[in-house]
Write a protein that binds this ligand. Structure first.
Ligand code: HEM
Length: 251
């Protein structure tokens, strides 16, 4: 091969690379799966905090998800299906996000130096997001697998027994902090990246968006922590009857 033909080949390849839509498509897919998961988690933490209103409320909500209004006694397999779909989106989102992880120790070191040098708050947010994402990779998978395979064990007593007697509360505590931070930072970055709330004055709106997202993070952390505390309390009181399911006659 002559020098000229090698140059021609490389230039062609470069042009093809430039035309490739794959990075843009992956970027969009990452945003879209992230938005679906964030929306899911916002509703999830609210539904799950129904325990704060009492055991009956959580029981009725669980049964509603099992479609008790049309299927006598409810069907936990519906939860298996839902958890499976969420798990698939979760895996897809994580797989696409992996390309943003530092690929080597030297890459990580140069990022660290860059972070210390410029002290840019959005760079720090990126760090929060990859570390919380890393934690969720493991803990989210454990949780989703249990929800998928034991959907019949969801309810005021079954959930509390799992959290207290099966000592799942440390895992939930770490998962709660990671998911709320990850979703909060993710939503903020989506707003910025796609210019969703730019309006007339993007700079001022960016600061406003940041404050609103911070408020959401604190709110969701609070309801998550209070709910977890309530499950722990119920689990502690129920420890001698571990495994016994809740019925509406029991209080
Ligand atoms: C369809 C899928 C899902 C179902 C059916 C589900 C269901 C539940 C249930 C019933 C609980 C109460 C504790 C228990 O029974 O073990 C719970 C707690 C929790 N879930 Fe999920 N979950 C799902 C997906 C997720 C995902 C994808 C995440 C985040 C990655 C997540 C994060 C959490 C957290 C952080 C808690 C503890 C909340 C607190 O501290 O109050 N869940 N989930």
């Amino acid at each position: 091969m002559t020098k000229e033909s090698v140059i021609e080949l490389l230039t062609k390849k470069d042009a093809q690379k430039k035309k490739s839509r794959t990075p843009a498509r992956l970027d969009f897919l990452q945003s879209a799966t992230g938005a679906v998961l964030a929306l899911f988690i916002l509703f999830h933490l609210i539904f799950e905090s129904s325990i704060l209103l009492g055991k009956d409320s959580m029981y009725h909500l669980t049964k509603a998800f099992e479609a008790e209004f049309i299927i006598d006694g409810g069907e936990p397999l519906i939860i298996t299906g839902l958890a499976f779909v969420v798990f698939m989106i979760f895996i897809l989102h994580a797989a696409i996000a992996m390309r943003k992880f530092p690929a080597s120790y030297s890459e990580y070191k140069s990022y660290k130096t860059h972070r210390e040098l410029i002290q840019h708050s959005d760079t720090n947010l990126w760090f929060i997001q990859i570390s919380s994402g890393f934690v969720m990779f493991f803990l989210g998978s454990i949780h989703l697998y249990i929800m998928m395979t034991q959907p019949q064990n969801i309810g005021p007593f079954a959930s509390s027994d799992r959290i207290y007697s099966d000592v799942m509360w440390p895992m939930y505590l770490m998962l709660l902090v990671s998911v709320v931070l990850h979703a909060g930072v993710g939503i903020y970055r989506l707003i910025i990246k796609w210019g969703l709330l730019d309006g007339e004055n993007p700079r001022a709106n960016r600061i406003r968006s940041r404050a609103v997202v911070k408020g959401f993070v604190v709110f969701y952390l609070m309801i998550g922590l209070f709910s977890l505390g309530t499950y722990i309390k119920i689990g502690y009181e129920h420890r001698d009857d571990y495994g016994q399911k809740y019925t509406l006659e029991q209080k």
